[in-house]
Design a protein around this ligand. Structure first.
Ligand code: ARG
Ligand code: ZN
Length: 890
């Protein structure tokens, strides 16, 4: 059954307080809950029944105002407990039995290696106790946990520890009280044997907060970086948004079995180990960076998510889009802003653009869902962040801050909607955002078709911008979006021209960025077709369009190779300098694919090779002479991205041409790559800081190119790096190169790596991933064998994502094999996994999304695989939603 946004009604009952008592036993847990409930005063007069959500709960007793209810005084079905007759205010007590050890879904309360953990967002709390499990029901929580003392020394929940003690038979208990009313999805508890790292943070108003990170015993030496990340994030949020921690104690617990990345439970974040644990020899630069960002993300949720939460799950982007935006700004301030932006856009294009063009396309605020867990998507998160960023761009930094202040002044302690957020931004800035709000409700990636005209006699330069948006499921027609189009114009020397628009008041230009006469302007595109005229343009310029990727759209403009080379060399906007190179490479590969089909070899123009060479040398004009930037600019667009640019995807041709291009570059620039490889060695002990990481990134990109020559010496060089590296970044980079080549070093390195790291689960994940993403033709066979390997477990989401997920989303050419073997394999795995963990199974099944873009043969195989999943008995609604949408029904 489908849930619709338009059907939202406020809850007929509210829960003011909940007193939970959780007794953890060897094969079950007993949960007693006392709820203080009353009818929602805003919903009077109301006489409806009291309906509580519950999932896989064995009800032992239910009492209303202290009196046990008889069998005929309530109804119980698979998902609900219904009490038809209730007073307006009542105390409801239920006792249920649950089975955390059998909870393979990892939603609700579950057992993992070191103890018991919870995940409640979005609808896991109902798997712990009967409750009105929706985010607009906010209650005060008191939680008492009982467990064996030796096996589970730490008993944690949200808020403050108010009492604890022993209770005989080697057991103990602890009681926690959370002073902040919260929705059930923010509840958490942990009972485990862990090691604890402690620190303190003095907030800007002088309050001393205790910070604690709990990790698997023996791993304290891997928790330090996350603690520093937390402190950086706390300081940043005070400095940039004036937001301070509101708790005396802030805890992070790491667990190896976790469906997603991390969870912002009030005062008790629970994290996937992969976003906490790090040490130079086991984590890469990218892992360190992700830890910084995820720790910050969850911390930022304390205000954007927890203090102000979502009215309903359709509003998920209210907290996620905004928090991702905040996390991105934090990342930009901690690392290189342009490089962070490049990576974010690359990620958006790799995940969200295809989503927006496929069967699961949905607006940032979805209008319906079958299973809300399926909507923790790139659209809600990453496009949601782009929508917030566009508001920031349109109203400016200062107004954005005022808007945030107003948002908290109005809505602190409330469960609100995306409209409330935009309203605060509008009221604080005075900028009309009515049309802008369509971004929340219309799916699909808009296209801007840009054309231009220069008139030398009047020195007028006119840009014509047409916007369109392809149809998406349920939305055949779209209304025009309000699109901020940031742009600049470059003259022949590569200098920015001051921008005077027709209609500007040239006599009294307001000061500041984006003002008349400045070199980057933000045009508000609001009509289906619009023209913008620039005055006093001395010669035909090269337009630098969509600077900084100011909107999540496709821009089409007929750039010549020279114009792209000009932008690549001179654009003052680093993002567009990168973008120009990517466009050139994409055009080249697409042309090469056409040539290949005509039986001709790829032709690589000198302009492209020359541009790459200048990037490597860090020539004047190609700055910032930032190795991290050069590493990005030297990366060819990946196969998934090229596939999205084609009418009918030919994965073999894409792979062949892209690999060929890399090889040609490598052969032309062998000396330059060798030289840069040597020149960017990072001396001294490892540090994950941005500058060192940038050098390593460039160096390893060079090594990857050198290997493309397939020169045995280059492979040898990679192997030597693998063997001598004192850090995981360089070791892993070498291994990811070797994995593609059928050489003795490959097998030797893989074996040595496993032997050394088989007891570090996060490193074993890397070992699985690197094999799953190999371009070698027998990769699927290897992946199948690895599913039987002791290193793999289908019950652990990280293992599943590293092996099966990496193969199906990170190995385009092998997953989309013409014989359909990749599709069959994925279908088999989805079917097996669905019985254990439907949420993760559904995520895997998303790899089928783009099946209709392939040729008839592949489509037939994909359809058969999808139908086989669909027709499996007892399929979860999670997977059912994905496959029925993929097959085009509902
Ligand atoms: N709110 C969490 C975050 O973004 C993600 C939780 C996702 N949970 C899920 N079941 N899909 O930080
Ligand atoms: Zn989040």
């Amino acid at each position: 059954k489908t849930v619709y946004l338009k059907d939202y009604t406020p809850p007929p009952f509210i829960v003011e307080a909940i007193d939970l008592d959780i007794d953890l036993r060897d094969d079950h847990a007993r949960v007693r809950s006392r709820l203080a409930i009353r009818r929602n005063p805003n919903m009077r007069p109301s006489t409806g029944p009291l309906v509580l959500d519950g999932d896989e709960l064995a009800l032992e007793s239910v009492k209303l105002n202290g009196r046990p209810l008889a069998q005929d005084e309530y109804r119980l079905d698979a998902q609900r407990l219904i009490i038809p007759q209730t007073p307006d205010a009542l105390a409801l007590e239920t006792v249920v039995r649950i089975h955390p050890h059998q909870n393979t879904q990892l939603m609700g309360l579950y057992a993992s290696k070191d103890g018991f953990f919870t995940q409640c967002e979005p609808e896991g709390f109902r798997r712990i106790t009967f409750f009105i499990d929706r985010p607009d029901v906010m209650a005060r929580y008191t939680t008492t946990i009982h467990a064996d003392k030796a096996r589970y020394p730490y008993l944690l929940s949200n808020g403050n520890l108010i009492a604890q003690g022993d209770e005989g038979s080697g057991r103990h208990w602890a009681r926690w009280e959370d002073p902040f009313p919260k929705p059930s999805y923010l509840f958490a508890m942990v009972a485990a044997k862990l090691d604890r790292l402690e620190d303190t943070f003095i907030t800007r108003s002088g309050k001393r907060a205790r910070l604690q990170i709990y990790v698997e015993p023996g791993k304290l030496d891997q928790a330090g970086f996350a603690m520093q990340a937390l402190k950086k994030a706390m300081k940043w949020d005070e400095d940039v948004f004036g937001l301070e921690l509101d708790l005396d104690q802030y805890m992070i617990v790491a667990v190896g079995d976790f469906n997603m990345g991390a969870m912002e439970n009030k005062g008790l974040n629970i994290f996937n180990t992969k976003y906490v644990l790090a040490r130079p020899d086991i984590a890469t630069d990218l892992d360190f960076q992700h830890i910084d960002r995820v720790v910050a993300h969850e911390y930022f949720h304390n205000w954007t998510g927890n203090r102000v939460t979502c009215r309903d799950w359709f509003q998920l982007s209210l907290k996620e889009g905004l928090t991702v935006f905040r996390e991105q700004e934090f990342g930009a301030d901690m690392y290189s802003r342009p490089v962070q932006r490049i990576c974010e856009v690359r990620h958006l294009r790799a995940t969200q653009f295809p989503e927006d063009a496929g069967p699961m396309a949905h607006p940032v605020r979805p209008q319906s869902y079958m299973e809300i867990s399926n909507f923790y998507t790139a659209t809600v998160y990453e496009k949601g962040a782009e929508v917030v960023r566009m508001i920031h761009t349109l109203i400016g930094k200062e107004n954005f801050r005022k808007g945030m202040d107003l948002y908290f002044r109005r809505h602190d302690g409330q469960a609100v909607t995306c409209d409330d957020f935009v309203q605060a931004m509008q009221d604080a800035s005075g900028v009309d955002l009515t049309q802008f709000k369509r971004w929340y409700d219309q799916a699909g990636t808009p296209v801007l078709d840009v054309s231009d005209h220069y008139d030398p006699t009047t020195q007028r330069y006119t840009l014509t911008v047409k916007q369109s948006c392809p149809p998406t499921p349920g939305q055949p027609e779209k209304l025009p979006f309000h699109i901020p189009l940031a742009l600049g114009l470059l003259d022949r020397d590569g200098q920015d021209i001051p921008l005077w628009l027709e209609g500007d008041d040239a006599a009294h230009p307001p000061a500041g960025d984006g003002a008349p006469g400045s070199t980057t302007r933000v045009l508000s595109v609001t009509q289906p077709e619009q023209t913008f005229t620039f005055l006093r343009v001395p010669a035909k310029p090269v337009p630098s369009l969509l600077r900084g990727f100011s909107a999540p759209v496709h821009v089409r403009y007929p750039y010549s190779d020279q114009a792209l080379a000009h932008l690549m060399a001179h654009d003052s906007d680093p993002f567009n300098r990168w973008e120009a190179g990517q466009r050139m490479a994409t055009d080249l590969i697409l042309k090469g694919i056409a040539e290949l089909k005509a039986g001709r070899d790829l032709v690589v123009p000198e302009s492209f090779v020359g541009a790459m060479a200048r990037l490597l040398k860090g020539d004047e004009g190609y700055g910032p002479r930032d190795p991290a930037f050069a590493a990005e600019a030297l990366s060819l667009p990946d196969e998934n991205f090229i596939a999205e640019q084609m009418e009918v995807v030919d994965p073999d041709a894409i792979h062949a041409v892209r690999t060929r291009l890399a090889r040609i570059l490598a052969e032309h620039l062998r000396d330059e790559f060798s030289h840069a490889y040597r020149a960017h060695a990072v001396p001294g002990p490892y540090s994950p800081d941005a500058a060192s990481a940038g050098k390593r990134a460039l160096r390893n990109r060079c090594l990857a190119y050198l290997a493309e020559t397939q020169d045995p010496q280059a492979l040898r060089l990679a192997f030597v790096q693998f063997e001598t590296a004192d850090n995981m970044t360089d070791a892993m980079a070498a291994l990811s190169i070797l994995t593609h080549f059928d050489c003795p070093e490959r097998e030797q390195a893989l074996e040595a790596f496993y032997a050394r790291w088989k007891d570090e689960p996060l490193v074993v994940d890397k070992w699985l991933r690197v094999q799953a993403t190999s371009r070698l033709p027998d990769t699927l066979e290897k992946v199948k064998r690895l599913t039987e390997h002791p290193a793999f477990s289908i019950k652990n989401p990280n293992k599943v994502y590293s092996l099966i997920g990496a193969f199906s989303t990170g190995n385009h050419v092998r997953f989309h094999a013409a014989d359909g073997a990749g599709y069959q394999f994925l279908a088999d795995q989805v079917i097996i996994l669905d019985k254990l963990n439907p949420q993760v199974a559904a995520r895997l099944a998303r790899a089928f999304d783009r099946w209709r873009k392939f040729d008839g043969g592949r489509q037939a195989h994909a359809r058969a695989a999808l139908e086989r999943i669909r027709d499996t008995a007892g399929l979860s609604k999670d997977v059912a939603e994905i496959v029925t949408k993929a097959l085009g029904g509902s």
